[in-house]
Every structure is written in C-alpha cells, then in structure tokens.
Design a protein around this ligand. Structure first.
Ligand code: E4P
Length: 223
C-alpha cells in the first residue's frame, strides 16, 4: 500500500520523508490555508513540495466551473511532472476529468462519498479516487465499508484507477485499508507517527538498554 502524507506543511513532509515512508503527498485548499499562515505564497509552497517529494503530489483546483478547472489544472501540472490534479466529484468535475484525460494530465477525484461516484470517476479516466472515510464516520456511517465496495466494483470491470483512502483519522483506518487491499492511503502527520509506536516496544527497549548498562556501564558497544 502506498503511503501519502496529507499535509501542505513542508516541515512535516521533510520529516516523514526522512522516515522513508512517503510515496507521495495530498493537499487541499484547507491544508494550503494552514501552511500559508506564515505568509508564504501558494506557488512557493507547492513548488517546494513538488521538489522535495519523489512521487505524486495532489494539488486541488479551486473552481466549480469545468473550463476554469481545466485551465487551473494545466497551470498546476506545469509546476512539476509529479503534480496530480485534484478535481471534485461533481458534474462539472466529470466534464473537466474527461478533457484532462485527453490532455494526459493525471487526476485524483476528491470528495468521494459513495462507490458509484468512484465508478463514474474511473470511467472518466481518474488515476486516483479519494473516498473520505473519516467524514463518513463523522456522520455515523462506517466510512471504510465503501473501500471494499469500490474495490469490488473495480475488480468486476478490471478498472485500473487506484483507490486512495482519504480523511484518515487513526491507525485503525490504516490497518483496515491494508486488510482491504487499498492501493494507497493518505495520512496526516500525527497519525503517521502513531503507526510506528507501541508501548510494549518502548518498555522492551528500556529493559534492553538497562540490562546493557550492567554489561557495559558507559552504554557503548565494546568492539
Ligand atoms: C484528501 O485528500 C483530503 O486532503 C483529506 O484526506 C481530507 O481529510 P479531512 O476529512 O480530515 O479534512
């Protein structure tokens, strides 16, 4: 399963990249707003991300009109070969996706909340679909259940669009995505850090380090 980081914060991206875990990045206008608080302009923020990460970086259009979406998508894609364009799952978005497919500009269809939306996005050539599982959980549904349904539909028709689990809130979302065979998942920085940690790992390590000091009082490895 590919792991993307769901942020526009370059410090978080750099640190997660150093862990060797990051296959790509997803952003959205709200995440850009957060990264923008220290006065950095949009182009600088995204250009730095595109340079830092060796993998797809999703950048979102900010229009509800298909012609404007296409125009913005072309400009965003010109910023870097690894730019993938996030287009919202609307009727105008579908029109834009069709044209972007003809132009060979990769699309990540965003704001997917049911499996049929994912089927339509795939028919219009989306490279990724982003089902927002956490926001479905927020309204009392089991967000992850649509991942299984999308996987089944895509398998039925041999669809190559990648299922990118989004709106991830906790490590259990990540576990379930992996068990369901999701192609990719985009995870906030704080959840990425939680994935690696376990209290029994910390406890076991503390015991090993303590015991080692009884063998080598300065804690070094005498080689
Ligand atoms: C997806 O690509 C979105 O950026 C993101 O996952 C939305 O998550 P949220 O519901 O936590 O805002």
């Amino acid at each position: 399963m590919k792991i993307f980081i769901d942020t526009a914060d370059i410090n978080e991206i750099r640190e997660a990249n150093d862990y060797g875990l990051i296959d790509g990045v997803t952003t959205n206008p709200s995440l850009i707003m957060k990264a923008n608080k220290d006065g950095k302009n949009f182009k600088d923020i995204v250009s730095e991300i595109l340079k830092t990460v060796n993998g797809p970086v999703s950048l979102e259009v900010v229009s509800e009109d298909s012609r404007e979406m296409i125009d913005q998508a072309v400009k965003l894609h010109n910023l870097g070969n690894n730019a993938v364009i996030k287009v919202p799952m609307t009727l105008e978005g579908l029109k834009a996706m069709k044209t972007l497919k003809q132009k060979d500009i990769p699309v990540n269809t965003t704001l997917i909340f049911n499996p049929v939306q994912a089927l339509l996005a795939a028919k219009n050539g989306a490279k990724f679909v982003s089902p927002f599982v956490g926001r479905l959980d927020d309204i009392g549904e089991d967000g992850m259940s649509i991942i299984n349904q999308i996987k089944t539909i895509y398998a039925n028709y041999d669809i190559k669009t990648e299922v990118l689990v989004a709106s991830v809130r906790n490590p259990v979302h990540v576990l379930r995505a992996a068990l369901m065979g999701a192609d990719a998942i985009t995870i906030p920085y704080d959840v990425i850090k939680k994935l690696a940690l376990h209290p029994k790992t910390d406890e076991g390590l503390a015991k090993f380090m303590g015991d080692w000091k009884k063998v080598s009082p300065d804690g070094t490895l005498p080689l």
